[in-house]
Design a protein around this ligand. Structure first.
Ligand SMILES: [Zn+2]
Length: 322
C-alpha cells in the first residue's frame, strides 16, 4: 500500500504539463464567439457549437503529426530588437526579404498564419463549402486566441530563462480553469467588420509582447514574497489530483495582474467572432441557412480520428509549449 502511494506521488509530481494554451480556454473562446455573430451567421454556427469548441484544439493536436505546425502558434518577437520592433516588416514578403523565411519560421509566424487562414476561410464561404467553413472557423479561432497570449510573443515562453518553469500553463490553463466559469463574463458586444486584419493582429501581438514582461515580472516577485511551501499544492485538475500552483497563490497572481488573463480571453472572443464575420462579409455574405444540415464525409471523420490518435500516442514535433 505504502509503496503504491509513493509511486502515485512520484507520478503526479512528474506528470508532464498536458497542454500549452489550455484546451479549456480555447474551447471556451470558440464557444462564446458564436454568440457575438449576427443572426444570419448564428443560424449556422449555433448548431455547430459542439464542433467549433471541440475542434478549437485541433491545431495543437496537429503539432504531434506535423513539424511545420509549431511556428504557427507563436512569435518570439523579442528576437527582433526592442518594442515596438520597427525593424520587423509587418507584411510577410517584406519580412522574408529582410530576415529570410527560415529565420521567420524559427521565431514563429502566428500573425501571418492568421492571414492565410482568413484567406482560406473567405474562399470556403465563397464556395459555400460547409465542412471547410467549420474546420477553418474552429482553427482560425485557435491561432487568434494564441496571438492574445503574452507568452506566445516572448522567447522566454515558459519562464525557462528566469527559473519560472511552468508559468506558461499557469497563465493560460490554470487561471482560466479556475476562474472562467465564475469570474469572467462574456457579454462582449457584437462581432465587427475588420478593415485591416493584418494590422489588427499585429496590434494584438504587440499588446501581448508588451504584457509578457509583466506576466513574468509579477510572478517572479510574488514567488519571492509568498511562503514557498504554499506555492504548490496537490489539487484536482480535470478530475485528477495533480501538483499545481495552489489556489491561494493563483488568486494572488491573478489579482496582481489586474485580471489580465480574463481581459485577454474576452478580447480573444471578440477577435475570433470578428474574423469569422469579416471572412463572411468579404465572401459576399452567402446565405448560410442552406448549409445548416452539414454532414462531414467519412474521409473527414477519419482525419479527425487520426489526428486525435496521433495526439494521444504522440510526441510533440518542434518546440514544446509555445
Ligand atoms: Zn496553440
Amino acid at each position: 500500500m505504502k509503496k503504491w502511494s509513493l509511486v502515485l506521488v512520484f507520478w503526479l509530481i512528474y506528470l508532464p504539463e498536458a497542454y500549452c494554451w489550455g484546451f479549456f480556454a480555447h474551447q471556451q473562446i470558440n464557444y462564446h464567439a458564436v454568440f457575438l455573430l449576427p443572426p444570419e451567421m448564428m443560424v449556422f454556427y449555433k448548431k455547430q457549437l459542439l464542433f467549433l469548441s471541440e475542434h478549437a484544439v485541433d491545431p495543437d493536436k496537429r503539432r504531434y503529426m506535423v513539424a511545420e505546425e509549431g511556428p504557427r502558434h507563436f512569435i518570439d518577437i523579442d528576437r527582433y530588437g526592442k518594442f515596438p520592433y520597427k525593424s520587423l516588416p509587418r507584411e510577410w514578403k517584406d519580412a522574408v526579404a529582410v530576415y529570410s523565411e527560415d529565420t521567420l519560421r524559427q521565431h514563429g509566424i502566428v500573425p501571418w498564419w492568421i492571414q492565410t487562414m482568413l484567406f482560406r476561410l473567405t474562399a470556403a464561404f465563397k464556395a459555400k463549402d460547409a465542412p471547410r467553413i467549420l474546420k477553418l472557423s474552429a482553427e482560425i479561432g485557435h491561432y487568434i486566441a494564441d496571438a492574445h497570449v503574452p507568452l506566445h510573443a516572448s522567447s522566454n515562453h515558459n519562464g525557462q530563462l528566469t527559473g519560472q518553469h511552468g508559468i506558461h500553463g499557469f497563465w493560460e490553463s490554470r487561471l482560466p480553469e479556475m476562474l472562467a466559469g465564475k469570474e469572467w463574463d462574456y457579454f462582449i458586444g457584437k462581432a465587427e467588420y475588420i478593415d485591416n486584419p493584418l494590422q489588427f493582429i499585429w496590434n494584438r501581438v504587440l499588446e501581448s509582447a508588451a504584457a509578457a514582461d509583466t506576466v513574468l515580472k509579477v510572478e517572479y516577485q510574488l514567488s519571492r514574497s509568498f511562503p514557498s511551501d504554499q506555492k504548490y499544492a496537490f489539487e484536482e485538475r480535470n478530475g485528477v489530483l495533480v501538483r499545481q500552483y495552489s489556489t491561494n497563490y493563483s488568486l494572488r497572481y491573478y489579482e496582481q495582474l489586474n485580471q489580465m488573463p480574463g481581459r485577454r480571453m474576452q478580447q480573444s472572443i471578440y477577435a475570433v467572432a470578428s474574423f469569422w464575420y469579416t471572412a463572411w462579409v468579404n465572401a459576399g455574405q452567402p446565405d448560410l441557412k442552406t448549409l445548416i444540415n452539414t454532414q462531414f464525409t467519412e474521409a473527414d471523420q477519419k482525419d479527425f480520428e487520426t489526428l486525435d490518435q496521433q495526439w494521444k500516442d504522440g510526441k510533440i514535433k518542434g518546440k514544446d509549449c509555445n
